[in-house]
Design a protein around this ligand. Sequence first.
Ligand code: NDP
Length: 408
Amino acid sequence: MLSIYKKLNLEMGKVLIIGAGGVGTVVAHKVAQLPHVFNEVVLASRTKSKCDAIVKAIGRSDIQTGQVDADNVPELVALFNRFKPDLVINVALPYQDLTIMDACLETGVHYLDTANYEPKEEAKFEYSWQWAYQDRFEKAGLTAILGCGFDPGVTNVYTAYAAKHHFDEIHELDIVDANAGSHGHAFATNFNPEINIREVTQKGKYWENGKWVITEPHEIHKPLTYPEIGPKESYVIYHEELESLVKNFPTLKRARFWMTFGQEYLTHLRVIQNIGMARIDPIVYKGVEIVPIQFLKEVLPNPGDLGENYTGWTSIGCRIKGIKDGKEKTYYVYNNCSHEAAYKETGTQGISYTTGVPAMIGAKMFLEGKWKKPGVWNVEQFNPDPFMADLNTYGLPWKELHNVDLEV
Ligand code: NDP
C-alpha cells in the first residue's frame, strides 16, 4: 500500500518521536493511523520498555523503538544518524528542548515540540533560549515548530485563525482552559507532575497596555461558563503562549490565560508548597541528594495511567474581542474533549490526547510542506487553515460563537 502513495508522489516521511509518556503515547497512536503521511515511525525514550509497550498496544510491528538520554547531545546524534528521520517530535520534557535542537542542527533533522525550554534549576518559562536558534536553523535550511500541543499550540492557531478570518484587529484575548473531568484520585496532575506543579505555583502574569502585569499566584479568579460544562472557578495564571502571541499580534491590548482548579486541588497544592515538597533545589536525605518535587512525582499517580476511570470533559478555547469593519465584535472558538473517548482510542486521558493530536497534525503539516520554512517558528506564524481543517478530521473538532458575552 505504501508504494502506491509513493508512486502517487504524495508527501510522506519518517518521524522520530522522543518521549514515551502520556503525550508520546497519543502521538504514536495518531501517527500510526496515518501511514500514507508517516510512512516510517520510530519511538525512543529514556526507558525503551515503555516504547515497546506502546508499540505493542498499537499493534504495528514495523514501528521501531530506541533508548536515548535526551539530555545528552552525542547520544541523540547517534540515534538520529542511526534512524535518519526527517522530523523529530519532541514530547519528552521541556528540559530536553535545547539538546534535541542541538542534535537536529548537527544531523540536519527538522524539529517540533509542545512546550518551551525550561532550565531544571529555575521554573522560568520563556522562548528566548529557543528563539536564539533562529539564525542557525535558517542557515541550515531546517524548520523548528515550537509549542504545537493544545495550549500552547491549538490556542495559538485559534488566535491566528480568528485574526485572519474574523477581525481586522484583535484587542483582547482570553484563553480559557477548563478540565471538568474526574479521575477519582484525591490529588493527581494531568501531565508530568514536576512540570505541572512548577507551572501552576508560579506568580500570575498577563499582558496589558504594552507591559506585563504580575500578580500573586491565583490572585485573580472568577467563575466562567464553559460549553457543556457550566460555570467553573477560573484563575489567571501565566502560560507560555502569551509571550509569542503578544509579539506576533501587536494590536493586542490585553492577553490573559485562565485555568480552572477545584478547591481540593488547590488545598493539596497549598499543603505541598507549605511543607516544601514543591522545592526544585536539591536537599540531602541520608547522604543522598534529592529534589523534593522530583521525589513527589514518584509517589503521585502517573498521569499516563489516569485514563481508565477518567470521566467528563475538557474545554479549551479563545475568547477574543476586537474590530471588524469598524464595529466591535466578540468571538469564542473552542474544543470540548471527552476523557472517555480519548481513553477508548489511545489508552490515555484527555489532557495527553489534546496535546498529542495537535503534535501529530503539526508534523503532518510539515511533511505535507504546508508548514515548512527554515527558521524557528511559533505555530501562529504559519497558515492556520489546513491545521484547523485537520483538527476536525483527527479528533479535536472545534466550534465557534460570534458576538456572545465573553464574561471576562
Ligand atoms: P510524561 O512525564 O508522561 O512523559 C515524559 C516522557 O519523556 C517520559 O517517557 C520520560 O521517560 C521521557 N523523558 C524524560 N526525560 C528524558 C530524557 N532525559 N531522555 C529521554 N526521555 C526522557 O510527560 P507528558 O507526556 O505528560 O508530557 C510530555 C511533554 O508534553 C512535556 O514537555 C509537557 O510539558 C508537554 N505538554 C504540553 C501541553 C500542551 O498543551 N502544549 C500539555 C501537556 C503536556 P521515562 O518514562 O523514562 O521517565
